[in-house]
Design a protein around this ligand. Structure first.
Ligand SMILES: *Cc1c(COP(=O)(O)O)cnc(C)c1O
Length: 399
């Protein structure tokens, strides 16, 4: 068999072949799980050469592992970046990236609507190290401009944002970042590279919680950062090696397998989500539906320009607030009451008391995470069953 040029491959082909294909030493179709902590050197010089960087090779799984490399290679292809680095969680990828760019006394500007753990890192933990996150409404470009000063080291955007699905204009954010000579970091967890490729829109670094759609099956916690080779080398050489937030070989393998079906999963997540958004939109017990694919979404037009699809997350405001939401979540049968997202199983949760309980009550009001906001991660079950389930659970609410 001759070798196929992956540079010419389309997205779905890369999802299946981008990790390197058949194992050359055994012929195994599926990449082996290199469940080894350490790697033997051929002789003393070989070991010294790998340590000095004169020869490529593996040393120790905290620094790198072949199964991990296969996943990283594939993520770099899919996001269109030079290199990628896997981590043991999305939070490890986010914290290591910020540590690599900011020192004590520095600040950075970020979206104010973020995954709850990211918000907590930014406003509770980083200030202990004298790093200041300036959270602003990044759908409003002038707020970004106003927050940047000479100590600002990066711009951090989550779009669509968790859980309100607000969309920031990535090309415009990239322009601001370039003007101030700071890198633009984008958390692309909700869209995946299948629907949105921030590097092509001018971003410098892309981050994922690979726990979500990349893995796709609710069985792995992992993260990944993608960017230029120099940045990724520094991240690996200093922040992964020294802070130790590594991925296990088994989890890297699960992600390589998850990626093989990413395009078909994302298409179906989106198809189901749009039908559910439309069902909820006109339901008498629902006040408002947040889904970027609906024309009523405030940034629908920007979404249309920068995303090729709108994904599987739907949030909605239920009439009757917290009490009605609790009744809904206690009455639902097919959706699982659980945090996390992007799984084949449909999930339902209440951001204000669960994923976003790291926000103070004032902050929740400010970013629009109300007591009546319910978040759905629409899975791959038959959509008729999902709609019937939501319908019966909404019926159980007496207002
Ligand atoms: C879940 C999530 C994270 C954190 O990732 P973990 O894998 O849970 O550490 C970061 N960003 C977004 C948008 C998320 O949904």
């Amino acid at each position: 068999m001759s070798k196929f040029d992956l540079k010419k491959a389309h997205f779905a082909t890369l999802c299946i072949h981008g990790s390197g294909g058949v194992d050359q030493s055994t012929g195994a179709l599926s990449i082996p799980i290199y469940q080894s902590s350490t790697f033997a050197f051929k002789n003393a010089k070989h070991g010294a050469d790998i340590f000095s960087g004169e020869q490529e090779g593996y040393v120790y799984t905290r620094i790198g592992n072949p199964t991990q490399s296969a996943f990283e290679k594939e993520m770099a292809f899919l996001e269109g970046g030079e290199a990628a680095l896997a981590f043991g969680s999305g939070m490890a990828a986010i914290s290591s990236t910020i540590f690599s760019l900011c020192r004590s006394g520095d600040n950075f500007v970020s979206s104010n609507t973020l995954y709850g753990g990211t918000h907590s890192l930014f406003v509770d933990t980083l200030p202990r190290l004298e790093i200041e996150a300036r959270e602003v409404d990044t759908t409003n470009l002038s707020e970004i401009e106003e927050a940047i000063d000479e100590k600002t080291r990066c711009l951090y955007i989550e779009t669509p944002a968790n859980p309100t699905l607000m969309i920031s204009d990535l090309a415009a954010c990239a322009k601001i970042a370039r003007k101030h000579k700071i890198p633009l970091i984008v958390d692309n967890t909700f869209s995946t590279p299948y629907f949105q490729r921030p590097l092509e829109l001018g971003a410098d670094i892309v981050i994922h919680s690979a726990t979500k759609y990349i893995g796709g099956h609710g069985d792995t916690v992992a993260g990944v950062a993608i960017g230029g080779k120099e940045f990724i080398d520094d991240l690996r050489g200093n922040f992964l090696r020294d802070l130790g937030g590594i991925i296990s070989p088994l989890n890297a393998w699960l992600l390589v397998r998850g990626l093989k079906t990413l395009p078909v999963r994302m298409e179906q997540h989106q198809r189901n989500a749009l039908k559910i958004a439309k069902f909820l939109q006109f339901h008498p017990k629902v006040d408002y539906v947040w889904y970027p694919g609906l024309a009523s979404h405030p940034q629908h037009e920007i979404g249309k320009q920068q995303m090729s699809g709108y994904g599987g997350m739907v949030s909605f405001e239920i009439k009757g607030g917290r009490k009605a939401g609790e009744k809904l979540m206690n009455s639902i049968k097919i959706f699982t009451l659980a945090v996390s997202l992007g799984d084949v199983d449909s999930l339902i949760e209440h951001p204000a008391s669960m994923t976003h309980s790291t926000y103070s009550s004032e902050e929740l009001v400010k970013v629009g995470i109300t007591d009546g906001l319910v978040r759905l991660s629409v899975g791959l079950e038959d959509v008729h069953d999902l709609i019937d389930d939501l319908s019966q659970a909404l019926k159980a609410i007496k207002i």
